[in-house]
Design a protein around this ligand. Sequence first.
Ligand SMILES: [Zn+2]
Length: 171
Amino acid sequence: MIKISCEMCMDLIPLVRDGIASPDSCQAVRQHIETCPQCRELFDGTVPPAADNQQALEQLRRKAQLFSAMLLMFGILFGLGLTSSSGLFYNIIIMPLIGAVGYFIFHWKALYLVPGLLLGTHLLTNALGLIRGVEHLDLPSLLLWNVLYCIFALIGTIIAGLLHFALRKEP
Ligand SMILES: [Zn+2]
């Protein structure tokens, strides 16, 4: 009688089911599943061995969100940096994109989180003079620009949200 571990049993189960395992392996698996309910469930096919897939998918989702968060912060800093430059009008595109990326990360919470991030980052970078073009704005004009940016970002968030909603409704 050959004793095998659960890991080994799980490795062998597909081979045994496909009929390509050696007689020894078959016997070992059959002996193991007699005493191990977990492996028996796997052998009977009642538990799909998809737990790993689920985990990988979750990991991928987290990575995508981390990447989006970095993209969001970069977009905000880049967009704000354009405020006093000739590239200012790119913000008509950049701000809605920021809003859309915000929706991907925060869903509908992006409606207040993205404007919050925009205003917070703007005030902070303005006070510290962190990026060229952002420093030395007086508060009224900073707020005016920020309100405009937030409106554009909100449009992006709403469009992304509606698209998500529309696409999810499809079968
Ligand atoms: Zn087992």
